[in-house]
Design a protein around this ligand. Sequence first.
Ligand SMILES: Cc1cc2nc3c(=O)[nH]c(=O)nc-3n(C[C@H](O)[C@H](O)[C@H](O)COP(=O)(O)OP(=O)(O)OC[C@H]3O[C@@H](n4cnc5c(N)ncnc54)[C@H](O)[C@@H]3O)c2cc1C
Length: 315
Amino acid sequence: MLYCAPTGGFPQDRRVQLPAFEYLRPQSLAQALDWLAMYGTRAAVLAGGTDLLLAMRQRLVVPEVVIGIGDLPELRGVAFDGEGVLHLGAAETLTTLAGHPLLRVGQPALAAALQSVGSRHVRNVATLGGNLNLPTRCWYTNQSETWRQARVPCLKTGGDICFVIPGARECFALNGADGAVALLALDARLELASAGGRREVSIAGFYRNDGLAPTTLAAGELVTAVRVPAAAGRSTFIKIAPRTGLDYGLGTIAAVVAGDDDGITAARLVLGSIASWPVRLHEAERIVVAGGLTPATIEAAAQAARADLGELTNL
Ligand SMILES: Cc1cc2nc3c(=O)[nH]c(=O)nc-3n(C[C@H](O)[C@H](O)[C@H](O)COP(=O)(O)OP(=O)(O)OC[C@H]3O[C@@H](n4cnc5c(N)ncnc54)[C@H](O)[C@@H]3O)c2cc1C
């Protein structure tokens, strides 16, 4: 028989309590990076906590140490740099960014993507860095510990098989980070820092099509900021979700298209929530740039996208 805990749960019930951990609150980015290097895999980074705390409650992550980076001033700020590139601090909340005039006016696809995340309560604390580092998800793994313990482990929980795509030997968990979709269409770059130094990576180079290791973020590294170049054209973001304002997307698309009535000069089309990474539709882009936006080219681009994606099983 299923057991239901009353609101708040019983004090000793593992199903409703976080595991024990030590909470560290660094006073500077340098201190956070030193601690990350020192604690290694025993530590987890907490920004807004809207995903991490759920993952800890489900015992998907059980860190000994939690390092809170949400209020580090080095991870804040929304401003243009000297080259006209928009600099977004990784610890800025989605509410701040989605409502910021520099995004609403200059980067509408990004503002719309961030505005589409979860509910107002989630966006008020959720951060850009947390969104970009959101772990991949699937219906089999993202369950309570009790649910998982009654089943065979999957690739993400110590087993050797994926149950989402029956028999698969690779992990098909989905990347549902809406911000990543818009930022790939906008050709953004990420600033990363570790105790060993700093580096910059394109957002295309940050993600991998691998549900187990979906980013190239190294151990001990943090995303400190996102650099968004001026949009090379008009941009938009569309999300299909079961319930607006709460659910992850069943499918999302971001598009940046440049040109005028005489034709399209450039296009970047990106799909999200359908694979372990945001998927760029290179062939569809080529078709609309070569032939303009007509019913025939739009249909051809859609066919090319279907062919590129292969058989989709919406998880
Ligand atoms: C009800 C609900 C609905 C949601 N709906 C959506 C949705 O529609 N779309 C969507 O995209 N997301 C959704 N989310 C997921 C999540 O809330 C957001 O993606 C959010 O932006 C995560 O940010 P955070 O600051 O809370 O991250 P946290 O929970 O603090 O961290 C998430 C992960 O990122 C890592 N991390 C955080 N900051 C950094 C950094 N600067 N550098 C490196 N790693 C870092 C953490 O260690 C952790 O692994 C939803 C969550 C909930 C609870």
